[in-house]
Design a protein around this ligand. Sequence first.
Ligand code: UDP
Length: 468
Amino acid sequence: MVHAVLVASPGIGHLIPMVELGKRLLTHHGFHVTIFVVTTDPSTTTSQLLHQTSNLNSLNIVLVPPLDVSHKLPPNTSLEARIGLTMILSLPFLRSKILSITHPPPSSLIVDIFGLAALPIARDLRMLTYVFFTTSAWFSAVTLFLPFMDRKMIDNHAQSHEPLFVPGCDPVRFQDTLESLLSPGGDMFEGYLKAAREIVTVDGILMNTWRDLEPVATRAVREHGSLGQFVYPVGPLVRTVEKKAEHAVLRWLDRQPRESVIYVSFGSGGTMSEGQMREVALGLELSQQRFVWVVRPPNDGASGWFFEVASGDGDDVALSGLPEGFAKRTESVGFVVPMWAPQAEILGHPATGGFVTHCGWNSVLESVMNEVPMVAWPLYAEQKMNAFMLSEKLRVAVRVAEEDGGVVRREQVAEVVRRVMVGEDGLGMRNKVKELKVSAEKALSVSGSSHASLSQITHNFQPLLQTP
Ligand code: UDP
C-alpha cells in the first residue's frame, strides 16, 4: 500500500486543500495518508476547522506543536519569510515523526509551495517528492517557467511595465503582477526564484485546478515545462462540510429570500484600512442589497491578519472599525460577522447570491462549486491574476477598478454589488458559473480528467513500491 505524507504550511488557505487532497487520495485511490499541519496559531481555529471538515476519521492528522516566530523577526518581515522560518523551525519535529512511521513506510512526500524546506527529509528517505500548488495552473506556470525566463524580460516587466510572457499561456499584465516580481534582485524576488528552482527538481506537481477550467495553462505546463507530463491538475479540491456549524449568521440567512444576499469576505488574512472599511460599509448601504460581511480590525497592510486568524479576542476591535450608526441603520438587511465566518456554509446557503472576494483560490473554488458569481477585489499574492481570469476570461466576476489614492469609493462598491446581484451581467455571470460547476464535477468524476490525474500518480508509484 502507498503511504503518502502531506505537509501543510502555515495558513488556512494551505491547510484546507491539503486536507481535501489527503481525503481524496485515501477514499478514491486507496492511499494510506498522514498529514502534518504546521501552524503558528495556538488558538483553536485550526482544530475547529479540522473538526468541522467531513470524513476525517481515517486520515492520520498530526499537529506540529505551534511555533510562534513573531518575536524572532522584525515587524515588517514579509509573509513569505515568516512562513519560511516557521517551516524551518518545524523540521526537527517533522523529520523525527516521518522517520518513526513504519506501517507502511512512507513512499512519497507532498508539500505546498511554502513547505519546500521539508523536501530533503524525503530525499534522505528515498521517498518521491511532490509539490502541490494550492492555486491556479496559470500561477503554477509562472513559477515553473521562472527559472528559465530571460532576465531582461523580467526587468522590463518590473521597470517598463511590459507584459511578462509565459510560454503557451496568457501573459501577465503589469497591473496583475505578483509582488515578488516587482523588484528583480530584491529579497522577495530572489526568494521566489530560489523556490521555483527547487520546485522544478521534484518528481511531480499537483495543481488545485482542472483541465477544462484552464485548458491553455494546463497544456502549457505539460508541453513546454521541464517536468513535462509529471504535472497534474487534480482539482477542484474544495472543503465539504458534514457537521453543520451552529452560527447565528446561518439562522439569519434562513430568513432571507433566495439569492438575495451578497457575502463580503477577504479570506483568512485579508485586512483593510479604516478609510477603506468605511467606504465598504457605506457602499453596501448605498447598494440597498442584503449582505453578510466578515470584518477584521482595520489594518494598513493587506494581509494584516494572516497569522492571527480568527481567535475570538479581536471581536470588539473588529467592530470598532465600522462607521458610526452603521450597525443600527443596516440591522434589518445586513449581518456583520466579526473575525471569522463559516464560509463554506454561507456560500452553500440558498440565500447567498453573490460574493465580494479577495480572490484567494480556495474562495474562488468554493464560490464556483456553489454557483455564486463574484465581485473580484484582489489584495495580495497571486490574487490579481485570479481576478483577471475570473473577470476577463471566465466572466464569472466583475472586478473592482483601482481608484486614485488606493481607496475604492462607496459609489463603486455599490455599483459592483448591484451589477452582480440585480444587473443584467449578473444573470450572465450566474449562468457561466453554473457551467463551470458542471465542468468541475465532471473533472472529479470517475471518468474525469482530475480523477485520471490522481490515478496516474498512483501508477507512477508502482516501480518504487517494487524496489526492495
Ligand atoms: N474562511 C472561512 N471563514 C472566514 C474566512 C475564510 O471559512 O471568515 C476559509 C475560506 O472558506 C477558504 C479559506 O478560509 O477556504 C481561505 O482561503 P483562500 O485561498 O480563499 O484565501 P487566503 O486566506 O489563503 O488568502
